[in-house]
Design a protein around this ligand. Structure first.
Ligand code: NM2
Length: 534
């Protein structure tokens, strides 16, 4: 076992922080829950605006970078072809950044908006129906993907342009933090990111497992139990551990390709055998609503609270702020991963690819699966709302899917897809967690390290699921992810600083792609700046 490569302070620090949060939850679940709940409440109600501002800021920033000079920079050698073709790249991006939660929320999210609509509208009203077809796409749309894409900029830049073989968040903020990146501050940044990701992944697992369990129960007739969920989690863990073990090319890419084909298959099936015209029109209409109200949705905070005849609904906190926070805890990981697979692309290609393919994929899911459920309800074929009130979300999702022709077969494929979606998010997470806890990554992170994180990713939520503290962990990770807001700003700033100074230092460059000839010995204005600062 090679242990010299491991960055022990980060590795041990993360494990300690994790135990420090998990163990009290195991021993004092009630108190822990109350405390974390209070922290969450305090944070989302007082700092909700920071999240919304970050989302909008990231969106504007990326569009700016994509069309600026910095966007032309090539990640890799001048004549280098992209390491992965567009299809595999988009498939890996989507499969890593999106887990089984998309199957969960795309089918059912509209129900929540229909029953608890935004802007103080009347539940179940015609306006509520309209918004319910649009809000899901917004929460999984361009702003969300911009949050994902931002960390990829400095990380990819350092990895492929400056060729520093360190895949770490702390490394990517070095231009701003200087040597402090190697000190405690840098470690804290990496540990916070690891903690956030583990919690975010816990949320994914907590949503995905009951849904997979319902699917299996529908197919086999075996009732859902805690034991069954545990077995499912273990099977999923084995699948993604094997994929992570096999590495980027043999495991992760293969599973991602399979994932995309299955997903496209299911979406096409529902589209063709479901209410095709209704799906097309509601999706189109929904896109229009989002475009028309994009900034309104991105900034809506209910500032008037309970005065002046306004009633606060808590909608922005429980949806938009929560979602941005959830995307945020995943963002450094997706950024690290996107950076890793983007060799041979330009910064601009990476940004636009992430935002466009990502949003497009989510729109497909929400448009097809969500509107299919809505159709069942509105047409009176299947009363989704009452079913949901009686049985809860996971059984409702499976019940909606089973209404399709060849219902059981589709439920089968849907369940397999959920498992693969879960696995493709988790294999890349463990791959990245392993990279971050190493001093540097030659080609791929160490195998035992990858496996360690693969198991850590699911053993911990599994334990909490049995003890009932999983929700608390999810909330804790969202709360713990708060500092990531500032880390995101540092990441964006770092990228601009380094890439702009490299561009300035470049004697000549050829449009349209800038190939930075970065040699370690050559002093750039950035180095001069750094020396001055030192
Ligand atoms: N996001 C996309 O479970 C998953 O789909 C992973 C969740 C952040 C809402 C990511």
């Amino acid at each position: 076992m090679r242990t010299k490569l491991i960055d022990w302070p980060t590795f041990i620090g993360s494990v300690i922080l994790l135990l420090a949060v998990t163990l009290p939850l195991i021993f004092f679940p009630e108190t822990g829950k109350a405390l974390v709940g209070m922290a969450n409440e305090y944070m989302t109600s007082n700092f909700g605006i920071l999240y919304l501002a970050l989302g909008l800021g990231a969106f504007g920033f990326l569009i700016y970078v994509a069309f600026s000079k910095n966007g032309h920079i090539k990640l890799g050698d001048e004549d280098e072809e992209p390491e992965f073709n567009n299809f595999s790249w988009a498939a890996m991006l989507f499969a890593a950044g999106i887990g089984s939660s998309i199957l969960y929320w795309s089918v059912i999210e509209w129900v929540y908006y229909y029953e608890g609509p935004p802007f103080g509208l009347t539940p179940e009203s015609t306006e509520a129906i309209q918004w319910s077809t649009a809000y899901g796409m917004f929460h999984w749309g361009p702003i969300a993907w911009a949050i994902y894409a931002l960390p990829a900029l400095p990380i990819a830049y350092f990895y492929y342009v400056r060729r520093i073989s360190v895949l770490k968040v702390s490394e990517a903020v070095r231009p701003i933090l200087g040597d402090r990146s190697d000190g405690p501050l840098g470690k804290v940044i990496d540990i916070l990111f690891i903690f956030g990701l583990l919690g975010g992944a816990g949320t994914t697992l907590a949503l995905g497992t009951p849904m997979i369990a319902e699917g299996i129960s529908e197919l086999t007739g075996i009732p859902v139990s805690l034991g069954m969920k545990a077995v499912i989690m273990l099977v999923c863990t084995v699948i993604f551990a094997v994929s992570s073990y096999a590495g980027l090319n043999k495991g992760i890419k293969l599973l991602s390709d399979l994932n995309i084909w299955l997903a496209l298959g299911i979406l096409t099936f529902v589209f063709v055998f479901g209410p095709t015209r209704f799906i097309l029109e509601t999706t189109f209409n929904g896109i229009g609503i989002v475009m028309d109200n994009f900034f309104r949705m991105a900034t809506w905070m209910e500032p008037f609270g309970d005065f002046g005849g306004f009633t606060s609904t808590g909608f922005p906190e429980s949806w938009t702020v929560f979602y941005w926070a959830w995307w945020l805890v995943y963002a450094p990981f997706v950024g690290l991963f996107v950076a890793r697979i983007s060799r041979g692309r330009t910064i601009r290609g990476m940004i636009i690819g992430t935002m466009v393919y990502g949003t497009f994929g989510c729109v497909l899911f929400f448009g097809v699966l969500g509107n299919y459920g809505l159709y069942l309800h509105l047409s009176g074929t299947f009363d989704v709302i009452s079913y949901m009130a009686t049985y809860g979300p996971a059984p409702t999702i499976i019940a909606i899917i089973s209404q399709l022709p060849f219902g059981s077969a589709v439920v089968g494929v849907f369940t397999v897809l959920a498992i693969i979606f879960l696995a493709t998010t988790f294999d890349s997470s463990s791959y990245i967690l392993a990279s971050v806890t190493q001093k540097h990554v030659e080609d791929e992170p160490l195998v035992w390290n990858r496996l360690f994180w693969a198991f850590a990713l699911s053993i911990m939520p599994l334990t909490l699921m049995f003890l009932g503290g999983l929700e608390t962990l999810q909330t804790a990770s969202i709360v713990g992810g708060f500092p990531l807001i500032f880390i995101m700003i540092l990441l964006g700033w770092s990228f601009m600083r380094v890439s702009s100074s490299d561009i300035r230092a470049q004697d000549e460059y050829e449009s349209p792609t800038i190939h930075i000839q970065y040699r370690k010995k050559k002093r750039t204005p950035f180095d001069v700046l750094k020396d001055k600062a030192d």
